[in-house]
Write a protein that binds this ligand. Structure first.
Ligand code: PMV
Length: 314
């Protein structure tokens, strides 16, 4: 039973993985093959409110979605995890302040904010670890969007997944910057769930991925502890490219890159050759996320004039 008819919107930040989650060991619960590490995007994310309604309805950025819409069905299926079949209907309102121009996925912040909203609406008062484990079932990367700053999602070993949740790292990095380079905002042809499954099922190269991810996770911890930006950037970029290598080695091949993605990579490598400490990471889409520090901001802006810049630690 809801404790209230309506809740105030709750916010969760979007996040970008420096060591990626790629591949499920169990599909229903979204249990990952490897642990991952991300950084949250401060004020960029999703706000969600739930209220009692005559019939189930999901609104995204002020527009009511059709009941058969894919996102709408996922949201209602998620609510169904927490209510009995005969319980009241709900109106779920979600708004993303991630600039559409940034071409960023919003499922991570969306399901984290939904989980927080469900927790308030039903008065569950769950522990953050449990909220993270449940958000994971909506979208794997959502487990990491319950927190600010650096976050690690520990893969866990249990079959019920209750030890597969994220925790924040106790580290700040004031001058770290993330730049969002838009290549395309169109919906991707293959979503991350099908992409992962295809890679795990068909790419022999995928066998090396868990080893790469484990080594990169160690390196990232070292980089964060030592505030070693070169180590952070190199590790994140190699991790992203290794993930994409397993996608390309799938059948049918899975290449999320567009010509402009490659052009951006070449521009980044050129910048590095000229002494600018600039690195990138990429998810299951064509857009590039730049990693740099505040002192390189002017040089980076010169090369990427339309950049959306985020300071994750304010
Ligand atoms: O959370 P999902 O199912 O959308 O998967 C996210 C997968 C990547 O964005 C490619 C990597 C990651 O760790 O966020």
């Amino acid at each position: 039973k809801p404790i209230t008819d309506t809740i105030e919107p709750v916010f969760a930040p979007s996040n970008i993985a420096l060591c990626k989650y790629w591949g499920k060991r169990e599909a229903e619960l979204n249990l990952p093959v490897n642990s991952s590490l991300s950084i949250s995007l401060a004020h960029l994310g999703s706000k969600t409110a739930i209220s009692v309604a005559e019939e189930d309805q999901v609104w995204l950025n002020g527009i009511r979605l059709l009941a058969e819409d894919k996102f709408s069905r996922k949201v209602i299926a998620f609510i169904d995890l927490f209510r009995r079949a005969d319980e009241h209907c709900v109106k779920v309102e979600t708004a993303n302040n991630i600039p559409t121009a940034a071409g960023l996925a919003s499922s991570a912040s969306g399901f984290a904010a939904l989980m927080l909203a469900v927790d308030r609406f039903y008065g569950l008062d769950l522990d953050l670890k449990v909220l993270s484990a449940f958000a994971r079932m909506g979208s794997g990367s959502a487990s990491r969007s319950l927190y600010e700053g650096f976050v690690e999602w520990q893969m866990g070993v249990r079959e019920d997944g209750m030890d597969s949740f994220a925790l924040p790292l106790d580290s700040r990095w004031a001058d770290l910057r993330i730049g969002l380079v838009k290549v395309s905002t169109g919906e991707k042809a293959v979503d991350s769930r099908s992409g992962m499954n295809r890679t795990v099922d068909t790419a022999h190269l995928y066998q090396s991925w868990p080893l790469q991810a484990a080594a990169d996770l160690q390196r990232l911890h070292q980089a964060i502890t030592d505030q070693n930006f070169t180590l952070l950037g190199e590790t994140a970029e190699q991790n992203a490219l290794s993930m994409h290598a397993t996608m390309i080695a799938s059948w049918p091949p899975l290449l999320y890159w567009q010509p402009d993605s490659v052009a951006a990579m070449q521009s980044i490598w050129q910048a590095r050759a000229e002494g600018i400490e600039l690195y990138f990471t990429m998810d299951a889409g064509p857009n590039i996320k730049l990693l740099f520090t505040a002192d390189a901001e002017a040089a980076v802006k010169q090369r990427f004039p339309d950049l959306e810049i985020v300071a994750p630690f304010g």
